[in-house]
Design a protein around this ligand. Sequence first.
Ligand SMILES: Nc1ncnc2c1ncn2[C@@H]1O[C@H](COP(=O)(O)OP(=O)(O)OP(=O)(O)O)[C@@H](O)[C@H]1O
Length: 323
Amino acid sequence: MSEPLVRIEHLTKLFTSGFIGGFQIRAVDDVSFNIREGEIISLVGESGSGKTTVGKLILRLLKPTSGRILFRGEDINEFKGDKLRKYYYKHVQAVFQDPFASFNPLYPVDRAFDLVFENFLPHTSREKREELIAKSLEDVGLNPNEVLGKYPHQLSGGQLQRILIARALLVEPSLLVADEAVSMLDASTRIDVLNLLGEVRDKLRTSVLFVTHDLALGYYISDTTLIMYRGRLVEFGDTEKVFKNPLHPYTKMLLESVPDLNVKWEFKGEIKPEEEEKGIYEITGCNYAPRCPLATDKCWKVRPKVIEFEKKHWVACHRTGEG
Ligand SMILES: Nc1ncnc2c1ncn2[C@@H]1O[C@H](COP(=O)(O)OP(=O)(O)OP(=O)(O)O)[C@@H](O)[C@H]1O
């Protein structure tokens, strides 16, 4: 098999929280996976599971505490000078959740393209720049005449998000990190932008890391799904397999929590406060043990290894396979 575009090996990121006597958070804890050329991977998990941190580590916006990220076989944290500049501006691009926050309200949206030209295509003539910008806007379904020269407040969230995608695609990146990139869009625009990501992959062979807490969106767009819980990958593999044959109790619980269009809310009795998960980050075993209905003594004490349960389907759970 050919070398993956990105190989993530035992990636760990600790943050220290609090002041005096602060504690350490294992935001990412020994995570390994690959991103192949032209693959769309969704990274799914609830709030605080470490998804954004993984994205930022890949974008080299953060340094890992340990572990490595190899881009075409080379450690991105060893990149310097021209290689680093190329990595930041050519190989990887990102689109984040809030399109309004990515624009300076004092300038027309056109300015978003300037940084790309200054850093990556500095010798491009004015005419050529205009031509490239117009083409990239058309590629994402925007009419350049309707958006260029406008200020962020004059455009919708969907239009701004498409401009950001157009900017990211201007350099034809190898990898696009889309972190909750459609969460703030209305349902129909969301599907358009998701379809756009699919088209980008097909046209440019760009790989996409699609970070989301929404399982349905992950299923819709991705070839591979990674399920993350409290810094660890608990299950991952071929999207069809993960969704059709979920193995980890956490994945099963997530899938059961997706609201069904035909089911109405009904009163189920008093809501009890959740039991506090004390010392979760010091658990030596499975992070999910405090919430898992199947947890045994071993689950609390021994960290489960990631095993390939079936072809292209991995899980980290002591109870998987025990019936
Ligand atoms: N700079 C930081 N300093 C301290 N702790 C941090 C920092 N960044 C993230 N964390 C912590 O790391 C953990 C993982 O955060 P992260 O943002 O990666 O999760 P997430 O899955 O992306 O969540 P969300 O879906 O809410 O964005 C959280 O407990 C968070 O509070």
